[in-house]
Design a protein around this ligand. Structure first.
Ligand SMILES: [Zn+2]
Length: 402
């Protein structure tokens, strides 16, 4: 009697079915049989073939398989085009690793042209494994005629789409504030930023902004004094209570709930006011390297709280997302006095050419001399550093299209 090895049979069932599908051209037939029927178009969201596929990819591919199969069973003609994503950081980082280099400057030293060539060579390194996995899980897709993002016809189709959008007047140039490494000269993703936090002690400063009408000083606290030369506006919460506080050398304005926390020495609270009473007032900031259009005024912003600082926020649209949005909403000009290397531009005459993070101490000193500093203290906080080169990251407004 012929004995059936059940285990062996179970192990090879998938292989027997694959063999049958291949021999009979089942996938191809499922499309040909439906010529003239309505199309259901499926272009695969392309994976990157410079790395080996792993079990996580199986989940995505199974989902991408059963929708077209369902549509096929409903009678649609479903041409399924595979694709390869050949661009972006995963490819570049892989080649950097292979060459033992790191970052934009290293790449430029190596030669951009040559680097691009290496990248192109690397992107199909694991194509064979991808094909094997795809077939092994029974995922039907046309791997023989894929679209590839590095091919000119693909790139040109993207340009064509952009041109169409532009033709309709739907593109505009703006800024996006992102964590930025001035050494690698690239923005970092939130995933990358999360890898580089360290507890550090920085110098924080409470700065004085003299109101033109009353001569009172509005106080604003910052853990990044280097952003003060980029200052364009102050934000107060229109619905929050603020106090006018008398001290020997002047009257100061801070959030009512933070008076005790902020004020040094003896003081008397003169009166309290809603933030809205201050909105629209103009003042002189500690640094006046430029005159921001419609700037150096107090604006209302509901994101301002009294949980820390003074309850009044110093705004530098080049270095903060909320700052950027609020200034834009209020029609205040965008100003950036920090270049792509993280150094002050010539406008900032006192610190031109210096790396901004190294200027905190000198900025605070200068404010002290000019009597625009209320107080300073060492402040321990968690700060992000570049995971690649260990430089402190800056929040930096990069010009982009939207
Ligand atoms: Zn870096």
């Amino acid at each position: 009697m012929h004995k059936v090895d059940v285990k062996e049979k179970a192990r090879t069932r998938d292989q027997r079915i694959l063999k049958k599908w291949n021999e009979e051209g089942t996938f191809k037939k499922s499309i040909e049989n439906r010529s003239g029927k309505p199309n259901f178009v499926f272009f695969e969201g392309p994976p990157t073939a410079n790395g080996a596929p792993h079990i996580g990819h199986v989940l995505g591919r199974v989902i991408k398989d059963f929708v077209p199969r369902y549509k096929t069973m409903k009678g649609y003609r479903v041409v399924r085009k595979a694709g390869w994503d050949t661009h972006g950081l995963p490819v570049e980082l892989g080649v950097e690793k292979q060459l033992g280099i790191s970052g934009k400057q290293d790449i430029e030293k190596y030669g951009v042209e040559e680097f691009v060539k290496k990248c192109k060579d690397s992107v199909f390194e694991y194509e064979k494994q991808w094909r094997e996995l795809t077939e092994a899980i029974g995922y039907w897709t046309d791997l023989d005629h894929p679209y590839i993002t590095l091919e000119n016809n693909y790139i040109e189709s993207v340009w064509n789409i952009l041109s169409t959008i532009h033709g309709k007047g739907l593109l505009y140039r703006g800024h996006r504030v992102s964590p930025y490494c001035p050494c690698c000269q690239t923005t970092l993703s939130s995933h990358e930023v999360a890898q580089g936090y360290e507890d550090v002690k920085d110098l924080s400063a409470t700065a004085k902004f003299k109101l033109h009408d009353s001569g009172d000083y509005v106080l604003a606290w910052t853990t990044t004094p280097w952003t003060l030369p980029s200052h364009v506006a102050l934000a107060m919460n229109p619905d929050m209570e603020y106090a006018r506080v008398q001290q020997e050398d002047g009257v100061y304005i801070v959030a009512k709930n933070l008076v005790e926390h902020v004020m040094k020495g003896d003081y008397t609270v003169l009166s309290t006011h809603k933030g809205s009473e201050f909105v629209g007032q103009s003042y002189t900031p500690p640094f006046t390297y430029f005159k921001p259009e419609k700037g150096n005024i107090i604006v209302g912003a509901s994101f301002v709280t009294d949980s820390s600082g003074t309850g009044i926020v110093h705004m530098a649209p080049a270095h903060g997302e909320d700052d950027y949005k609020t200034c834009r909403e209020n029609g205040i000009s965008f100003v950036s006095v920090v270049n792509a290397q993280g150094r002050y531009t010539d406008e900032v005459t006192d610190f031109a050419g210096r790396f901004v993070k190294d200027c905190d101490l000198d900025i605070v000193k200068m404010m002290s001399e000019k009597e625009t500093l209320y107080s300073k203290e060492k402040y321990e906080h968690s700060y992000p550093f570049c995971w690649r080169c260990k430089s402190p990251l800056l929040y930096y407004a990069m010009e982009s299209w939207f």
